[in-house]
Design a protein around this ligand. Structure first.
Ligand code: CUA
Length: 358
């Protein structure tokens, strides 16, 4: 029995292919994913590069659309021709004659050499222009400069302009004097190669030991954006998360004023404070205004102003802090902080102290 393809079945096949292609396009534009807040720190659910909230991120996406557009056009033409040939030039039933054998065609060969060369040339020029615009080698005028230092496995953020250091949560203003403000990051590593990537704000940039890279962000909207280390850097690479909070101008000024202050000194938690200062904690952590001045681990001066601990591994609650202080390896196996073998009572006292570091 012959299984001939009827015009109706051919039409429905082509319609099916068209629907599948359209569905693929719409699934690739997940603006909706980017606006549904589900994270504990209020960040958007999916750090998608399809919803840019910064000038360079938008430039990268525009370039991507152009590249995909051209590639999709080529795909449609090529697949269309293949499908056309499959159906139109099938061997007819009971037809054993050999098709005409054609060797060489100068016009066709020239066309398929010149056209792809032109396409590659256009893509090269447009990509080069975007790369040069994004890769600024000096800080744009009026920018806020911040030094980002990658550590195994957390992020340090130094604000030289304000003279304080914080960790894991990068806070920046959306505007200064009512004008959008470029954020100019200087990226350094304390150990191995990391990569700083917040998809909605900019492209990923490697953070290399003994080398300085720069990254320019220019947020276009306030909000909380999430990102993560994008270069495998050891056991806890996956838990090297980044939160960027883009504040309205006044809110940012308030945040800065608060971060500049020294740590709260609350005598009701003197037991925990003294315990902290007697253990090895102070060799790695800084709490400004106390004897703790280590720089190997996150600055804890305003620990409680952060929503997460362990670079995003868990939310910053009293219970999680207690587990962390008792033994960080429970929450983040392999991390550089060892268990101090404290008693449960000492852990409770230290956590009471940490909770005052607002
Ligand atoms: Cu740091 Cu991966």
């Amino acid at each position: 029995m012959s299984r001939r393809i009827t015009p109706a079945s051919r039409r429905s096949l082509l319609r099916g292919i068209a629907i599948a292609m359209l569905a693929a396009i719409f699934l690739a534009v997940p603006e909706a994913w980017a606006t549904a807040p589900i994270c504990e720190n209020g960040a958007t659910a999916s750090p998608t590069m399809f919803a840019p909230r910064s000038v360079p991120a938008k430039m990268i996406l525009d370039l991507s659309w152009l590249v995909w557009g051209i590639c999709f056009g080529i795909f449609l033409i090529m697949e269309g021709l293949i499908i056309l040939c499959i159906f139109k030039y099938r061997r007819a039933k009971d037809d054993d004659t050999e098709a005409p054998q054609i060797y060489g065609s100068n016009p066709i060969e020239l066309a398929w050499t010149i056209v792809p060369t032109l396409i590659v040339f256009v893509l090269f020029l447009v990509s080069a222009r975007t790369i040069f615009e994004i890769e600024k080698t000096s800080a744009p005028e009026g920018s806020l400069e911040i030094t980002v230092i990658g550590h195994q496995w957390w992020w340090e953020f130094d604000y030289p302009e304000y003279g304080f250091v914080t960790a894991n949560e990068l806070h920046v203003p959306a505007t200064r004097d009512g004008k959008r403000v470029p954020i100019y990051l200087t990226l350094e590593s304390n150990d191995v190669i990391h990569s700083f990537w917040v998809p909605q704000l900019g492209g990923k940039t490697d953070v290399v030991p003994n080398h300085i890279n720069h990254l320019w962000l220019e947020p276009t909207m306030t909000g909380t954006y999430v990102g993560q280390c994008a270069e495998y850097c050891g056991t806890q690479h996956a838990n090297m998360l980044i939160t960027v909070v883009v504040h309205p101008e006044e809110e940012f000024e308030k945040w800065v004023a608060h971060q500049k202050t020294e740590a709260v000194d609350d005598d009701t938690v003197a037991v925990g404070r003294d315990l902290f200062q007697r253990t090895a904690c102070i060799n790695c952590h800084t709490i400004r205004g106390t004897v703790a001045n280590g720089t190997f681990a996150p600055d804890l001066t305003h620990l409680m102003s952060r929503s997460v601990i362990g670079s995003g591994v868990v939310s910053n609650t009293a219970d999680n802090l207690a587990i962390w202080v008792y033994d960080p390896q429970i929450l983040k196996p392999g991390c550089r902080m060892p268990s101090m073998k404290l008693t449960k009572k000492d852990v409770t006292e230290i956590v009471q102290y940490l909770l005052t570091l607002k």
